[in-house]
Design a binder for this molecule. Structure first.
Ligand SMILES: Cc1ncc(COP(=O)(O)O)c(C=O)c1O
Length: 316
């Protein structure tokens, strides 16, 4: 006979499995250090990793800290992984892990196919979802395909730090997470109190508005022709034509619109000779803000300012 408790006491099947950390890079460092202890082989990284004077390198700092061996797999001018090159590297048997970055919170590749390829060579996949907090809004979410996924809280909420990771195989001993790598109570409280779905919806709707503007601006080419249903991009990435990225970036800042350029500088380990596509993107990319603080009242002035900046930069 079924035994029915007064209240639920388990709920394991309803948990998200999030292991909270001080940042996405702390999560990655923890995963890499644990794997390095289990297996001497290295990790394959996409050849598009940035560096900033203030923030360091969110992706490469954990590689340095854990001192794990690494190599890069090439990406094209839309940051799509070169799967043939990747397979040749997998075949070498020198790697235990592959890092897959969902740049701007949108997959550049068929994720299922990518993970299946790596698993065929018994190599585990870490999905980097630092640019998308929920992994999307509907359907199968990013971060659910690989063996691990890392997320960054502060990029999508108003917190100064915070991250979490998923360990789908339950491989790691999370009780050994060092105190310095743990999330702060203040960040966790802010995260819990933020309506993530509503803010993601706003972000997505801002993306769609900017997409309409950009469609009539031949000087800008969107990074994505279209985004999959349910994806929530971090911002609106474009390629600026005629080598005018720098000028447009500063012109917009002068007009009080603060874009980013993800990434304006690549780590020196990714050379222009070996990875020309990566350098093309880094030299020409501009990321227009679409975050959830931008609301209906800002949009008309935002559009006018953007058009004004483009007119000035491209006619001088
Ligand atoms: C793709 C990517 N992964 C990971 C990180 C690290 O995120 P966090 O600042 O939470 O450590 C960043 C940002 O620096 C990033 O852009």
């Amino acid at each position: 006979m079924a035994f029915i408790e007064k209240e639920n006491k388990d709920l394991r099947s309803y948990r998200n499995g999030r292991i909270f950390t001080a940042s996405a890079r702390a999560a990655m460092t923890f995963i890499l250090q644990a794997h390095k202890r289990m297996d001497p082989r290295g990790i394959l990284l996409p050849a598009y990793i940035g560096l900033s004077k203030i923030e360091g390198s969110g992706v490469f700092d954990p590689i340095r800290t854990s001192a794990i061996d690494y190599a890069f797999y090439p990406v094209d001018e839309r940051l799509r992984p070169d799967l043939d090159a990747l397979e040749a590297q997998l075949r070498s048997g020198a790697f235990q892990l592959v890092f897959l970055i969902h740049y701007f919170g949108v997959p550049q590749v068929d994720v299922e196919q990518f993970v299946a390829l790596c698993h065929r060579y018994r190599v585990k996949v870490i999905e980097d979802c630092a640019h998308t907090l929920l992994g999307g809004l509907e359907g199968r979410r990013l971060g659910s395909y690989g063996d691990y996924a890392i997320f960054s809280i502060h990029k999508s909420t108003a917190t100064p730090d915070g991250g979490f990771f998923l360990d789908h195989g339950g491989v790691l001993d999370v009780t050994s997470l060092p105190p310095a790598m743990r999330i702060s109570p203040a960040t966790l409280a802010e995260f819990s109190d933020t309506d993530l779905e509503a803010s993601a919806r706003r972000r997505l709707s801002n993306y769609e508005v900017v997409q309409q503007w950009v469609a009539s601006l031949p000087q800008l080419t969107p990074m994505f022709d279209r985004i999959p249903a349910g994806a929530v991009p971090l911002n609106f990435p474009v390629i600026v034509s005629q080598g005018k990225r720098e000028q447009l970036y500063f012109n917009l800042i002068g007009r009080e619109i603060l874009p980013t350029a993800l990434y304006h500088t690549l780590i020196p380990e990714i050379s222009a000779q070996q990875f020309p596509h990566s350098h093309f993107v880094c030299t020409n990319i501009l990321n227009l803000p679409t975050h959830a603080d931008i609301n209906q009242t800002h949009l008309a002035a935002y559009e006018e300012t953007l058009r004004g900046a483009i007119h000035e930069v491209f006619t001088t």
